[in-house]
Design a protein around this ligand. Sequence first.
Ligand code: HEM
Length: 139
Amino acid sequence: MKTSSISPIQRVLIRRSFRKVARHPDLVAELLYNRLFEIAPACKMLFACDMQQQGRKFIQFLAISVVSLDTPEILIRAIQELGQRHSRYAITMADYQQVGEALRYALEQTLSEDWTPELNQAWTAFCDFIAQTAVMPIN
Ligand code: HEM
């Protein structure tokens, strides 16, 4: 798995857009999980927790990932460890992709007219990278 699947321009777009949405972490997380439970209702039962706290953890993880876009070893390690912590839920690639889809929906809603096809492509590349790395076993 290589971060080269996310181009340098896409990294800039991801960083810039994340800076804007990071001002509203609770809103983004709420939009994300509401959307996820709409498109993948079966996921809901996995979350026996305080969803506001969970949302903050998710956005915090995303913040660390965005900051680490130019340091692949750190980014890959962090995502693999996240994947390992999620392994007890028997999550598949398709589940990760649905989270990616829900995240892009939340970003689009938050950024409104600032959400562009280029941003959508950049975040799709990033979400796919997270999904593929998370399901990869740690060696
Ligand atoms: C982009 C992909 C994902 C990210 C960034 C992410 C992030 C996180 C984070 C940061 C936590 C807090 C605990 C920890 O750090 O391990 C967490 C917990 C959790 N995640 Fe994810 N996650 C992702 C995908 C998924 C998927 C696909 C599912 C299932 C459909 C899922 C289900 C859960 C559950 C059930 C918890 C524990 C909630 C509790 O405390 O009971 N996650 N996730």
